[in-house]
Ligand binder design. Sequence first.
Ligand code: NAP
Length: 484
Amino acid sequence: MSATETRIPVTLIPGDGIGPECVTAARRIVEATGAPIDWEDAEAGAEVFKKGIASGVPQETMDSIARTRVALKGPLETPVGFGEKSANVTLRKLFETYANVRPVRELPGVVTPYSGRGVDLVMVRENVEDLYAGIEYMQTPSVAQALKLISVKGSEKISRFAFEYARSEGRTSVACATKANIMKFSEGTLKRVFERVAPDYPEIESWHVIVDNCAHQLVKRPEQFEVICTTNMNGDILSDLSSALVGGLGYAPSANIGNEVAIFEAVHGSAPKYAGKNVINPTAVILSSVLMLRYLGLFEEAASIEHAIFVTMESGVLTGDVLGYDRGTPTTEYTDSIIGNLGKRTEGWTIREVKPLELPVLSSAPDYVRPTSRNVVGLDVFVESPLTADELGASLTELAAGTRLELKMISSRGTKVYPPIGAMTETGDHFRCRFIIRENPGDLWDEDVHQLLARVSRRHMWMHIEKLQEFDGELGFTRDQGEN
Ligand code: NAP
């Protein structure tokens, strides 16, 4: 045993569906190593939703995690449709676990088209920002909007985290995967910040890859990647893709790490059709507990479990997801086998030497980026209208007469439709109407905004406005397709 004799409290959430079977397996194995952990049982998920707690996470569970700062959890079911939010996302966000770490490596006995190629990579996914913030609106009865918020600070945290994680595992390269070529501000922020911080880690090679090519490269030549740093939704998709390369969700662990709290869980969900049948693969949660032990500094116990898993799998003891459910080893026997192999070492496979992870420390100033100059140069007014673009354009031009703003263009779903440019864009009931300051550019005042909106409201229904800003002389808004 490596660690100090101090007991470490950990919140344990069994979760839904197959969760309790996986979590029990992990708990038994961790206990069998003698790791000095005291579990605090807590609930979240389906049963909690049924009690009418809309977050799926009761206050006692929040209090337990706030106290222990570390949780091991099973998957939680999310009610489909409107209303309740995912309890998983709630936990990740409320404790600001900004980094989601998903290691993917080839495993003994799990034959895939990639076997023998040495796939061994870690997906580092930003975990609290992006489209998964779930800020959505129906802007008209037929047009939905989701806000994709990406901050410079969030991007710096995840970029530095990815490099620090690479360092802790002795890895030599980090790729940043974004869609910055299309979403220049949101996805572009991660790319720019990643490239700015990379020189602080001179021993680590870094490069940027466009996310769709990253998916392509992951399928074609996954062994080229060691660490991939990416935005929230991209990371969600790429990490499921990556886990399929090495045998599927049954082998995909994850860690959600923040400055204060870390939550460890499998990538997979509650797989309800297998619940209670003693057939599922608990390895993903067991490997999550290995990540947890390393986070807690219990490196020997972590390595001992990882070796025991490999020895078990090398000996052909595998679960039904790999061998077929009529032939697989039942979950409890698979767990017994791993416990029986604690202390043995794999001969054919390498278990990484891991050093303590240094979490990046960033300024807590709310105004993380301070521009030296800023101007509001115009206003986008989003309008719901059954008119054609030409009719709407003529009407808004007339209404804006005599105000400080003039109509520059109208777009439909990002493509300019007024003044017409001869394109074949189909329009609906949702228009973005861009007004710019007519003359003497300078700051736009709120009175100018109020005056324009009062005029627009005489004939049209607006549901949203956006100030067009410049920071340090740089445009803070994109142009539309077809706009000059
Ligand atoms: P899922 O539960 O991950 O299951 C999808 C499929 O993956 C299963 O049908 C099974 O494949 C395979 N699988 C997953 N875990 C496995 C394991 N441990 N052993 C063997 N096979 C395993 O995904 P889902 O059906 O989309 O989601 C079910 C519920 O879980 C939903 O309510 C969802 O919101 C929730 N969820 C929670 C989390 C989380 O708590 N972090 C994550 C994802 C989903 P086969 O059918 O091919 O055998």
